[in-house]
Ligand binder design. Structure first.
Ligand code: ATP
Ligand code: PRP
Ligand code: NIO
Length: 492
């Protein structure tokens, strides 16, 4: 897949390379640092997120390499010294990446991916990692919402023509499959990722023949598996009667799998069409529906008792129509100082939500031992291990009076090591097992977190150590700034 696996080394914002040059010129390019990716708000107001993008991140990291052409481009178009360009030409990613695995549940304000390494390599990869994880996690989450709305019905991804360019449709098809779709209409995604492909036909076929009957007949003569699109002229008066006529004429020569409706009142039409198919002796022929569908229209159609069996979803899924960006950020949480000591770092803001949590961390998924059901996520420093504790004290990081102590719990780490000192150490499971895993973890979540509208907020808590450290650092930064201003050293 040339286009999407091309070397993406320069797929970064220029400011990342600018900062790399600064660290390099200062002789600080080997200083250690840790960055973490997290998003601040649950997308679509959903109660959970589904992580996706790791496969592409792995491909990207493995291929990082400034080619001679890249260096020549930077020499010509950038403001970079020869010594720095020489450093780049020998550059290799040698850092450590820990990440949530694809298909796992993720929540706001917790690290979902962590990069540890020298400050230059950590800086370089920010843009591409955010680009990949933001998009694919958003799609997988949207797909999971749509999956929940249509229960166990077959779900087809039709988005390629409406996606934001080619790689979005391909990786989007993959993320949608992880999130719960059964098949894609994109043939290349099928070939490259092993996603089942599925396809009916378009209105153009009927327009070409200028007649429903002739079009369906011609299609049936060239295909065994037949789903006829019945709404080109008139669904009830022409499309469905002609689909039935062709199905009867062709008999066993075809599998009359069903009809697709792509416009009009789907509740009304699907009920009428169901009656017509049943009356004609085709109770097993399915009704496919497409036309700007999403979880809300599906839920509404189900409430209207629409007789739709198979759902085809394009635009609203692949463009994440109601929320086109996840907004995940990449923040430095720890860096090596002049004495060679790792110092926890923070980004402050007047907006409490935007204050980062200092220190290199791990996220623990806490479940009740007796039923395996979710109790919340617990963010600790990476050297804390709640599995060694008898009990765990969980409290809301802002409203600390909301708290609980659990005695009989399981704790599973969310972040797994993917690259260790530049080497890929993680065995990526097959796409099918990622999808199955995702389905399984979703069943550990209480239904209150899964409802489409106004779900319960899933607890994402900090360990006491993490929380106290954050509070102390906030206080220290405020005091340092105050002292500097008082001493006249920090004019604003
Ligand atoms: N019974 C229904 N309840 C809720 N939403 C519906 C129902 N029937 C259709 N819809 C949705 O309403 C939206 C508009 O449907 P409409 O039939 O007006 O589509 P359209 O694209 O304007 O039709 P056409 O393709 O004929 O121009 C679509 O998203 C469709 O899926
Ligand atoms: O509605 P979406 O969720 O985006 O799903 C994809 C749409 O793409 C096709 O329409 P298009 O008008 O492009 O072609 P066709 O109807 O002639 O097949 C299809 O009929 C769907 O309506
Ligand atoms: O196969 C289909 O029916 C299909 C594929 C892409 C877009 N719309 C419909």
């Amino acid at each position: 897949m040339a286009e999407i696996f091309d070397n993406l080394t320069l797929h970064t914002d220029a400011y990342e390379i600018n900062m790399m040059q600064t660290y390099f010129q200062q002789g600080k390019q080997n200083r250690r640092s840790v960055f973490e990716v997290y998003f601040r708000k649950m997308p679509f107001g959903n109660g959970f997120g589904i992580f996706a993008g790791l496969e592409h991140v792995i491909n990207y990291i493995k291929d990082i390499n400034f080619t001679d052409e890249d260096i020549a481009f930077l020499r010509k178009d950038g403001d970079y010294s020869e010594s720095f360009l020489k450093y780049l030409s020998n550059f290799k990613f040698q850092g450590t990446i820990r990440s949530a695995v694809e298909g796992d549940l993720v929540f706001n304000n917790e690290p979902i991916l962590q990069v540890e390494g020298n400050v230059c390599e950590c800086q370089l990869v920010e843009t591409a990692i955010l680009n990949i994880v933001n998009y694919q996690t958003l799609i997988a989450t949207k797909a999971a919402r749509i999956r929940l709305a249509c229960d166990k019905d077959p779900l087809l991804e039709f988005g390629s023509r409406r996606a934001q360019e080619t790689s979005a449709s391909l990786w989007g098809a993959r993320a949608a499959y992880i999130g719960g779709f059964d098949a894609t209409s994109n043939v290349l995604a099928g070939k490259e990722f092993g996603i089942p492909i599925s396809g009916t036909h378009a209105h153009s076929l009927v327009e070409f023949f200028q007649d429903d009957y002739l079009a369906f007949k011609a299609y049936a003569e060239s295909h065994h598996e037949c789903v006829f699109l019945v709404d080109t002229f008139d669904t009830i008066k022409s499309g469905v009667p002609n689909a039935i006529r062709v199905a009867k004429e062709m008999g066993d020569k075809i599998n009359f799998a069903g009809v697709r409706i792509d416009s009009g009142d789907m509740a009304y039409l699907s009920k009428r069409v169901r009656e017509m198919l049943d009356d004609a002796g085709f109770p097993n022929a399915k009704i496919y529906a497409s036309n700007d569908l999403d979880e809300q229209t599906i839920t509404s159609l189900k409430m209207q008792d629409a007789k739709i069996d198979v759902w085809g979803i394009g635009t609203k899924l692949i463009t994440c129509f109601d929320q086109p960006a996840l907004g995940a950020v990449y923040k430095m949480v720890s860096a090596e100082n002049d004495e060679g000591k790792m110092i926890d770092t923070i980004k402050l803001s007047n907006n409490a939500e935007k204050v980062s949590t200092p220190g290199k961390k791990q996220v623990w998924r806490i479940t009740e031992k007796k039923d395996g059901k979710s109790e919340g996520d617990y963010i600790s420093f990476s050297d804390e291990d709640p599995r060694k504790q008898q009990s765990i004290y969980m409290f809301h990081p802002q409203f600390t009076y909301i708290n609980k102590t659990l005695n009989d719990f399981d704790a599973k780490p969310l972040l797994k090591t993917i690259f260790e000192d530049g080497e890929l150490v993680y065995n990526q499971p097959s796409l099918k097992s990622i999808k199955e895993f995702s389905n399984k973890v979703l069943s550990s979540l209480w239904p209150e977190y899964k409802r489409e509208l106004n779900p319960q907020e899933y607890p994402v808590d900090l360990s006491l150590k993490c929380w106290q450290n954050k509070m102390e650092i906030i206080k220290d930064v405020h005091e340092t700034i105050k002292n500097k201003i008082e001493k006249g050293k920090g004019e604003l």
